[in-house]
Design a protein around this ligand. Structure first.
Ligand SMILES: Cc1cc2nc3c(=O)[nH]c(=O)nc-3n(C[C@H](O)[C@H](O)[C@H](O)COP(=O)(O)O)c2cc1C
Length: 159
């Protein structure tokens, strides 16, 4: 789901690793929240972590990151994304807002920590509590992801 921003719009870049139907449900809930009809002036770009580039990051005004927990860390795909963009984007993105969601089977703590360290290095500003979901995806999980997407989008809209 990619939108071309019109003049005056702000861009929310969603960078995600979505390896399965349950994680797809979470992504869709995040995007639905970011597209909440009450939020105006925000173009949402959703890009898989393995396809997201330095220009994508530089052109955005805020970020949502989504990943599975893998071996107590973020997914290799999201790690590859950060490896790719970190130094080229350092300084350029300081202060921009972000949010994070993580899905795992039973323990997402290490994955969250791994992202937290990198976004701290980039000096991004966390504007919504990280959403951690373990196990099955139910309505409550989808709702939390919706709120996450909406909160970061509203932050951008209020710019
Ligand atoms: C190689 C591998 C490592 C994983 N490591 C973790 C982990 O450290 N913690 C955790 O909670 N889940 C872990 N998982 C589970 C994934 O996070 C989970 O499969 C993913 O979020 C997709 O969810 P689903 O399997 O319910 O579709 C791992 C899965 C794989 C394939």
């Amino acid at each position: 789901m990619t939108e071309v921003p019109v003049v005056g719009e702000r861009t929310l870049l969603v960078v995600h690793h979505t390896p399965s139907p349950p994680t797809r449900e979470l992504l869709e809930a995040v995007l639905a929240g970011a597209h909440d009809p009450d939020i105006e002036g925000v173009a949402v770009r959703s890009v898989p972590a393995l396809g997201a580039t330095v220009p994508d990051v530089l052109a955005a005004d805020g970020y949502l990151f989504g990943t599975s927990a893998n071996f107590g860390y973020m997914s290799g795909a999201l790690k590859h994304f950060f490896d790719t963009v970190y130094y080229p984007c350092l300084d350029a993105v300081a202060g921009r807002p972000f949010g994070l969601w993580v899905h795992g089977n039973n323990d997402t703590a290490g994955a969250v920590r791994s992202v937290d360290k990198i976004v701290a290095g980039l000096a991004l500003t966390q504007v919504a509590q990280t959403v951690e979901i373990t196990g099955g995806v139910d309505a409550a999980a989808r709702e939390r992801c919706y709120e996450l997407g909406a909160t970061v989008a509203v932050t951008l809209a209020e710019g």
